[in-house]
Design a protein around this ligand. Structure first.
Ligand SMILES: NC(=O)c1ccc[n+]([C@@H]2O[C@H](COP(=O)([O-])OP(=O)(O)OC[C@H]3O[C@@H](n4cnc5c(N)ncnc54)[C@H](O)[C@@H]3O)[C@@H](O)[C@H]2O)c1
Length: 352
């Protein structure tokens, strides 16, 4: 199995690459990543010399580059995670989300299709597209959950671009009979999370005594899953998921943003030896994000019942692990917050 994983230097992708490189030594794993601001090869320093692992620097918006790479390497499978992923950035710069998430995904579909059609067809091949629950929009009724049948209703430029990419993947499955499978997952948290996102931002700001910016009144509800459990789910969908199907992935673990920030403050006060209640004083309410979805909650029964996947960690346990990781990896955090990790790559690689 020659497997291409895109976006493997990012937060979730790096956990997927690590899992596949260590669990499947008989596979050749190729990690294709453009190393945007969100890509960081330090996330993979523990496996970078593994004999079954190759890093390729390249951009999925470059169709010719993808065609050449597929012609040369003849991949058997693709797990596609590369994306622009931050909602706030999509509000200020939607076009880069269209380019990477929509155009990049269609380029990748074309490259895989052309390579597979010209080398004997789709037998034994698989194109797996990793997506988000944000494509479903916002839930207003407290009893409702997103199922695989929920109609798409994306509300931000990020979720609109991911919804478009999901539609293209399904359209290629339907029109060209390409062997596709998809998953839509809830919010991830854990080690290597880029510190612009809620949980690592709060950990960093608590530690450095900076304000903890909470959007609106902190009422927005998100369903949180430990990133390693998402990687395990991706393993299950890639190997056991039925072609043409979609699997929702989530932890049945809903938290209001404000309650989550309070829980983090408690954990951090304990870890840093501060009197209880100290860090919570840093909470500051800021103007709500434009078009902020109120509640996301995933019904993960299909993947649990059909593929036997279950989250391995309770939320409090996962959050403790995450806080411990950030406190123990200060150099990683400083390199990311200062931007030093990016200058390290300059001139290091040609396109490949
Ligand atoms: N973070 C979450 O909570 C979450 C939840 C569900 C689904 N997802 C999806 O999972 C995937 C990974 O998310 P993440 O949080 O790890 O994102 P991330 O932003 O941490 O990583 C994205 C990676 O893609 C790379 N990339 C960006 N543009 C590229 C391009 N044009 N060509 C090649 N590589 C490019 C970046 O360098 C980076 O390494 C995304 O598709 C996202 O939509 C994320």
């Amino acid at each position: 199995m020659k497997l291409l994983i895109t976006g493997g230097a990012g937060f979730i992708g790096s956990h997927v690459v690590r899992l596949f490189v260590t669990k499947y030594p008989e596979y050749q794993i190729y990690n294709l990543d453009a190393l945007t601001y969100a890509g960081n090869l330090a996330n993979l320093s523990d496996i970078e010399n593994a004999p079954n692992y190759t890093f390729i620097k390249g951009d999925i918006t470059d169709a010719k580059f993808l065609e050449d790479m597929f012609a040369e390497l003849s991949f058997d499978g693709v797990i596609h995670l590369a994306a622009e992923s931050h909602v706030d950035r999509s509000i200020t710069d939607p076009m880069s989300f269209v380019m990477t998430n929509v155009v990049g995904t269609v380029n990748l579909l074309n490259a895989a299709k052309n390579s597979w059609v010209s080398t004997g067809g789709f037998d034994g091949k698989r194109f797996y597209h990793v997506s988000t629950d944000e494509v479903y929009g916002s839930l207003h009724n407290p009893e409702d959950f997103f199922t695989e049948e929920t109609a798409y209703d994306p509300q931000s430029p990020y979720s609109a671009s991911k919804a478009a990419s999901d539609h293209f993947v399904r359209a290629y499955g339907n029109t060209y009979k390409m062997p596709v499978v998809l998953s839509n997952c809830s919010n991830n948290y854990g080690p290597n999370h880029f510190p612009e996102k809620l949980i690592p931002l709060m950990i960093h700001n608590i530690q450095t005594n900076k304000p903890l910016p909470v959007y609106g009144k902190g009422e927005n509800v998100r369903d949180w899953l430990f990133v390693v459990d998402h990687a395990r789910a991706i393993d299950a969908v890639f190997h056991k998921g039925k072609l043409g199907e979609t699997y929702n992935i989530g932890g049945f673990n809903e938290w209001k943003n404000l309650d989550l920030v309070h829980l983090l403050c408690q954990i951090m006060d304990r870890k840093l030896g501060r009197p209880e209640g100290t860090s919570a004083q840093l909470i500051t309410y800021v103007t709500d994000r434009a078009g902020h979805d109120l509640r996301y909650a995933i019904d993960a029964n299909k993947i649990m019942n059909e593929l036997g996947w279950q989250p391995s960690l309770q939320f409090e346990e996962g959050l403790e692990k995450t806080v411990d990781w950030f406190l123990a990896n200060q150099t990683w955090l400083e390199n990311v917050t200062s931007g030093a990790y990016q200058s390290y790559y300059k001139g290091m690689y040609a396109n490949r």
